[in-house]
Design a protein around this ligand. Structure first.
Ligand code: SF4
Length: 492
């Protein structure tokens, strides 16, 4: 929570999106602008582009959406043949301009610009160490530490400087590094955050967090960058090397469930199809007699359609979304929280009145909006409201770049599924099982991070960092007594 606002929705928030291009003769800043536009869902707080023409370096970054940060004049001023762009949502470091990216750092061999997606877990140690070496920091993010480390280790061989930095940093990172003459992309040894390489016009190359950003500039996907791998792109084209040993694949499962756009491919799978199968599996695991299936928020629609198809229940639009509201202010009481939901989502009585409604969501984090949606549907005349979630209960915090709250704020860490059902006053509640999730994804379980569901963190979390989020005290969430009783007669 920042700046007096609460996050837009009760869902995990992605940290960042990356886009980079090497293309002599291309309008690289404009193509980067289009790429960032496609990645806007990965971060809405700031945006930036850095460009090199082979000698000079220019950068522009500001708080705001991509469309607010750049205009024609700014894009025309960013001339060059190599560019990196970044959209940011802060999890480490506050939402201020000096934390916006790409971060430009001076090395003895010229400036570099770094764009980072992920989160380090040894930031404090690295900062102390680098400060002892005389490095000064102006921002409060782990990304600045990465940029300054690369600049510090740059002794004329940028690849070696990046490798040295990768050996020192621990945590989740996909990085783009721009120098005056080259573009470098790397992923951490577990490949927690995605990064894909594409080809444009046969001989130009693009790196992006998601394949949907390749599509928008008409680049063809070549392949994903492997965990621990580096791709270095210059006038000779791309060269690959294993910068640090790969430990194992541990892609964030939430990229599949919710973060990445449904028209993106991860591990070669189209996410729309994967989410559709999640909904189908959810219907197999948690069937219910109902008249209509709706999906809310929009990201849950593929799963809702899958649920409806599997269950043989019609899918329909249950809410009309107000597209002009992005955030609501903190609402002090339940009535105002309900009002906040109504401002964003207006129920369609024609769809829900007198009906048994299945509402498919893709995740419940703090559970600040689910109950309001159930109430709004009942007030619109729904006879029954059955909530289905296309992911398992989130019980553990994320340390790898996803903002989803401390453990004490995660509803599923504090309440059983039955208690959550009572808390949101639904007629029934069902979560997709971890086994069902793996079945729907159709990729081996061992290639994912599931830590927020099962607590097994693929990258070790230092104790001091763990304590900062693992503060689940013994007391339990207060569920108002009337909530626990109100549905006693109708529960299935
Ligand atoms: S803990 Fe959860 S949100 Fe974080 S990287 Fe792992 S799967 Fe993704």
């Amino acid at each position: 929570m920042e700046d007096g606002h609460c996050r837009e929705e009760d869902r995990p928030q992605e940290e960042c999106g990356l886009f980079g291009i090497y293309g002599e003769g291309e309008d690289v800043s404009r193509l980067t602008y289009f790429g960032l536009f496609q990645l806007q869902h990965r971060g809405q707080e700031s945006a930036g582009i850095a460009v090199s023409d082979g000698r000079t370096f220019q950068a522009h970054k500001q708080m705001g959406l991509v469309s607010q940060v750049f205009d024609e004049e700014i894009l025309q001023g960013l001339c060059g043949k190599i560019a990196v762009g970044h959209v940011r949502y802060s999890t480490t470091g506050s939402s201020i301009l000096r934390n916006a990216q790409p971060i430009v750092a001076e090395s003895p061999y010229g400036p570099i610009a770094v764009a980072h997606n992920g989160n380090l877990v040894n930031t404090a140690d690295l900062r102390v160490e680098m400060e002892a070496r005389g490095i000064r920091f102006h921002a409060t993010s782990d990304s600045e530490i990465i940029a300054k480390m690369i600049a510090y280790y740059h002794r004329g061989d940028i690849e070696q400087a990046v490798i040295e930095t990768m050996r020192r940093v621990q945590g989740a990172y996909s990085l783009l590094v721009l120098t005056q003459r080259e573009l470098i992309g790397v992923r951490d040894a577990y490949g927690i955050r995605p990064l894909s390489l594409g080809r444009l016009n046969n001989h130009h190359y693009v790196l992006a967090s998601e394949t949907c950003a390749l599509d928008i500039v008409s680049a063809k996907l070549i392949r994903d960058i492997e965990p621990g791998e580096m791709v270095m792109i210059d006038e000779r084209g791309p060269r690959f090397r294993q910068a640090i040993p790969k430990v194992r694949d541990a892609m964030c499962m939430f990229e599949f469930i919710y973060f990445a756009r449904p028209d993106s491919y991860l591990y070669g799978k189209l996410l729309y199809t994967v989410r559709h199968r999640m909904g189908q599996q959810l219907a197999i695991e948690h069937p219910v007699e109902a008249d209509v299936v709706i999906g809310v928020p929009d990201t849950a629609i593929p799963a809702a359609i899958g649920y409806a198809k599997q269950a043989g229940i019609p899918y329909d639009e249950g809410f009309i979304k107000n597209r002009y509201i992005h955030r609501t202010f903190i609402q002090p009481d339940q009535r105002q929280r309900d009002l906040g939901v109504r401002m964003k989502l207006t129920p369609l009585p024609e769809t829900v009145a007198g009906k048994r409604v299945v509402v498919v969501d893709d995740s419940i984090v703090r559970c600040t909006t689910t109950g309001s949606r159930v109430r709004v549907l009942r007030e619109a005349g729904a006879k029954e409201v059955h909530v289905r979630v296309s992911s398992p209960p989130i019980k553990y915090p994320c340390f790898y770049g996803i903002d989803m709250a401390d453990q004490k704020d995660l509803i599923a860490a504090r309440l059983t599924v039955d208690e959550i059902r009572d808390y949101i006053q639904a007629d029934s509640l069902g979560y997709l099982s971890k086994e069902g999730l793996v079945k729907a994804v159709q990729i081996e379980e061992g290639r994912f991070c599931f830590a927020c569901f099962d607590g097994y963190y693929p990258i070790e979390i230092p104790d001091d960092v763990k304590q900062s989020k693992f503060c689940l005290e013994s007391e339990r969430v207060d569920v108002p007594a009337e909530h626990l009783k109100v549905l006693a007669g109708v529960r299935r």
